[in-house]
Design a protein around this ligand. Structure first.
Ligand code: UDP
Ligand code: MG
Length: 310
């Protein structure tokens, strides 16, 4: 029998465990042809999430858990999950159960058909007009910067074949943008749609600033295009400056224009100063990433796996 792992990263989700148990029982009922592993990752929660995991594991050995040494963020929590998952396939879900388990049979069907990455595309979510617009615009921008196809309205909710997991396991960077990685590794992909549920328990861990951070991270880890853009802006500014130089030279020669240039000098200096700082900032962003990766630290440490220290 094929084994399938469901990966559930959790940060302060103690209230969601009733729901998790319910949904996982439904998975067991709906898909009897598989062996199941439910892999919970405690991402340094400060509430009773770990206690809940220990309880589930002791009641039903199909539940395993990894207890990370601190809060690393969902991306790293998933990385730990990839390392410990035992299934022939892996389904990533949010612990708040916003992802419906009813689409799992469909995912499994496509997997059996030979697809390696069955990703679920969000449909008709209740986000505000503004949020939808900005995310649309952002994806458009991102796609124009890279030739890796970007999947819209798609998150981590997907089924990955073992081949994808092994590929992802080899990508050890710690500044992770897992969404970009799914696209990067390629393999046979298949999109299905689902309707996102409202969060039932607890609250979202994303603030606007962390979303903004994620957006920046997305661009920076996908592509080095901003560096190219900085060079292009630099080139354009130089060309314009050169043309302006010729113009000033000519007018001075023809009309004998006396020195009068305070405003132009100020404007040019400020403008160029801004452009230079922008360019430096972009270089800095990448350099910061290089700094973090070059230290080559392990992505995470764990307190225990199923209660055992390692
Ligand atoms: N999560 C995590 N570590 C974090 C933040 C979040 O493992 O530092 C988990 C969280 O428990 C949930 C998933 O990531 O299972 C998605 O988080 P959330 O529901 O807060 O995000 P949203 O659904 O609002 O995008
Ligand atoms: Mg959520």
């Amino acid at each position: 029998m094929k084994k399938v792992t469901i990966l559930l990263p959790a940060y302060n989700e103690e209230q969601s465990f009733g729901l998790i148990r319910e949904c996982m029982s439904q998975v067991l009922r709906d898909n009897p042809g598989y062996e199941w592993e439910f892999l919970l990752v405690n991402d340094g929660s400060t509430d009773h999430t770990l206690q809940q995991m220990i309880r589930l594991h002791s009641e039903d050995p199909r539940y395993s858990y990894i207890d990370l040494s601190r809060n690393y963020g969902k991306e790293i929590a998933m990385m730990a999950g990839f390392d410990y998952a035992q299934g022939d396939a892996l389904i990533i879900m949010d612990s708040d159960m916003q992802h419906p388990v009813d689409v799992i049979p469909e995912m499994l069907r496509w997997w059996e058909e030979g697809y390696d990455d069955v990703y679920a595309e969000r449909q008709g979510s209740k986000e505000t007009w503004f949020k939808r617009r900005t995310s649309q615009w952002y994806y458009g921008l991102l796609q124009s910067l890279t030739r890796i196809p970007i999947q819209k309205n798609t998150g981590d909710f997907r089924l990955l074949d073992r081949s994808c997991i092994e590929a992802l396991k080899r990508m050890r960077e710690t500044e992770r943008n897992t969404k970009g990685m799914y696209s990067w590794i390629g393999f046979r992909k298949k999109g299905i749609t689902y309707i996102q549920k409202e969060r039932q328990e607890g609250e979202t861990k994303w603030s606007t600033s962390s979303l903004l951070n994620l957006a920046m991270n997305g661009i920076m880890s996908y592509t080095t295009a901003p560096l190219r853009i900085a060079s292009i802006i630099g080139l354009l500014v130089s060309v314009v400056a050169f043309l302006y130089l010729i113009y000033i030279f000519a007018t001075t020669m023809i009309y004998g224009d006396p020195v009068a240039g305070y405003p132009t000098i100020m404007v040019t200096m400020l403008f160029l100063g801004g452009v230079q700082l922008l360019g430096l900032g972009i270089i800095g962003e990448y350099l910061g990433r290089v700094f973090n990766e070059v230290k080559n630290r392990p992505g995470y440490f764990i307190n225990s796996y199923n209660g055992e220290r390692r």
